[in-house]
Design a protein around this ligand. Structure first.
Ligand code: PMT
Length: 344
């Protein structure tokens, strides 16, 4: 693999954006987001950016192989639906081909669309002619009607704007651009960062142009660290005004609270939602600066300065989604945050 010896192995956000190329569709994507944000700013509607799905790290410029991050996009797509229901306009920034609001109910692997349609023979519409037509299985009709009605309402209201990313580079450029656009809304904007973002990447200057050849024994790759972008997101791109919710995924649940406290102390945002890989669909923990803590938490991750609230649902209840409760809790907190506007 070719290497650029002059390149740093630890990137600040600044060096990252100065050395890594933007995705080709960036300018077009920015225009779409700008129009969406301005339209909703005029009506006073709150806007949430939901990031969803996992980012990839290509190993070659002509990509044959890449590393991927775990996430089907369930958390993001489900939450987006509940934000829409709560009256938010949603910018849904997701990994290409991961789950999306509404269509997620008919995922090809868990609930294939073709399996609930039937071919019938009979009179077609009002024409009186005979032939084959398609009907929906009676057992599927109620849910389909509900999903379709909600989807059509959102389409008519123009409250959902969708963009996609594939690589961690696409994600970082898009996140910066969208949050800068959204920052005009100040405290009326929420940032819900559910995407699973790679911690390591290969800078463009170190990528092999062509497919890495086998036959030379084992492959050794030294990856660089992706810059921690929560810091510039909180203090620069959103000008310290946005309501920012990040997620913390762990497989050892004893790490959730200390890691969440450390992130809040380091980045100074509003909420970390901790989730364990195996229980994430029925329990999460909200960690946030305690209202009783008056002093700045900068660098102080002592757990006593942070409020911890568990949200749990019954794992046996198949009709309940934990995202409904996550979003309800955030809507209340965001309202309080936006209400502080006049006092700051
Ligand atoms: O889609 P599902 O299958 O339902 O799974 C949902 C989920 C488990 C992936 C989701 O709930 C979740 O926990 N997402 C965050 C996982 C993660 O990658 O955490 P992290 O520790 O790498 O990052 C912490 C936070 O900073 C995240 O909000 C991430 O979006 C953000 N981040 C991290 C690094 C970076 N360079 N940029 C970021 O924006």
């Amino acid at each position: 693999m070719s290497t650029a010896s002059t390149l740093e192995s630890t990137f600040s956000a600044e060096t990252y954006f100065a050395t890594q190329p933007p995705p080709v569709s960036l300018d077009q994507d920015i225009l779409g987001v700008r129009e969406f944000v301005q339209r909703h700013a005029r009506t006073g509607r709150k806007v949430v950016l939901v990031t969803s799905g996992g980012t990839t790290v290509p190993l070659e410029l002509n990509v044959v192989r890449f590393l991927d991050n775990f996430s089907a996009g369930t958390r993001g797509a489900t939450s987006a639906e509940y934000f829409l229901k709560a009256g938010y306009a949603v910018i849904f920034m997701h990994r290409q081909f991961s789950l999306q609001p509404f269509s997620r109910h008919y995922s090809h692997s868990t609930h294939p669309f073709l399996d609930f349609l039937e071919v019938e023979q009979g009179t077609i519409g009002t024409s009186g002619s005979e032939g084959a037509y398609i009907s929906v299985k009676p057992s599927e009709r109620t849910q389909l009607l509900e999903v379709l009605a909600a989807y059509k309402t959102v389409q008519k209201a123009g409250t959902l704007h969708t963009l996609n990313f594939v690589t961690v580079n696409d994600y970082l450029w898009l996140l910066r651009a969208i949050s800068q656009e959204l920052s005009v809304l100040g405290r009326d904007a929420m940032y819900y960062l559910a995407a699973a973002v790679s911690d390591f990447f290969l800078p463009r200057q170190k990528l092999s142009e062509h497919k890495i050849q086998s036959g030379k024994g084992s492959l050794h790759i030294e990856m660089d660290q992706v810059p921690k972008i929560l810091k510039p997101l909180v203090s620069d791109w959103t000008r310290g005004e946005g309501f920012i919710v990040s997620f913390k995924l762990e497989t050892d649940s004893s790490l959730l609270v200390p890691k969440a406290c450390a992130a809040l102390a380091r980045y100074g945002h509003q909420v970390v939602i901790g989730n364990d890989l195996h229980t994430r669909k029925h329990q999460v923990i909200f960690v946030s600066p305690s209202p009783k803590t008056s002093s700045s938490l900068q660098g102080n991750s002592d757990e006593q300065h942070f409020e911890q609230v568990w949200l749990r649902i019954d794992p046996a209840d198949k009709n309940k989604e934990i995202e409904e409760d996550i979003v309800a809790e955030l809507v209340v907190r965001h309202r309080a945050w936006a209400g502080l506007r006049s006092m700051t």
